[in-house]
Ligand binder design. Sequence first.
Ligand SMILES: [Zn+2]
Length: 250
Amino acid sequence: MKPFKVRLRFHGDLSVFLGSEAGDVIERRLAEKTSIKDVIESCGVPHPEVDLILIDEQTVGFDHTLTTDTTVEVFPVRNRGTNRTEKRLQTVGIARFVADGHLGGLTRNLRLLGFDVAYPKNADDRELLDVMARENRALLTRDRHLLMHGIVQHGYCPRSQNADEQTIEVVRRFDLSELIAPFARCVRCNAPLEEAAKADVIDKLEPLTKIYYEQFRRCPGCKQIYWSGSHFPKLQKRIEAIRSRVRGKA
Ligand SMILES: [Zn+2]
């Protein structure tokens, strides 16, 4: 087979996955038939981050094979500026996740917003992928090689190291702002909270809590009791801050 050249231009923030000196265009010389997915991932960009691929103004899927000189335009989910709605490769609206062990802050934040996030302790890559596939969850990890695994369908690599920023990224990426339901889920163990009568929890409360609060929720998983105590306004403020950042697109 005659060697050929593929020129890939990465749009939006996909350049974060490329080498720092690379800019947003990468050229690859190939000598054999190669899938577009493999060429894109060879540049460092995991396939779950790619939402649209254009060749000669036509959308193509991951299984498209390259055999001759080609220019490829690659777009992330957050960059739907091309106004093309056909053949998007990613799904939004997914609200079930599994997070790797480095994303504890993000996990707590997403649970606080009501989202279902599995966070298996001390899980290795294999176990994370198992939970993802078995429970039909999107994978959250900053390990891009894990995200490139062939069985990953939906996933996201948080760009920031800061948990609040990561939370905003995930809500935007999966378009979840309408689904936020604060204080519906246990931040410790992920179980949905249940209403609890004061009489049922009173023997577990501190004296002042007994006096000042009437409404309680209980986690059926770890038995943690929740009420709108002194920490509550602070949490609400954080949730509002996240919401307005998501809305503001800033
Ligand atoms: Zn719990």
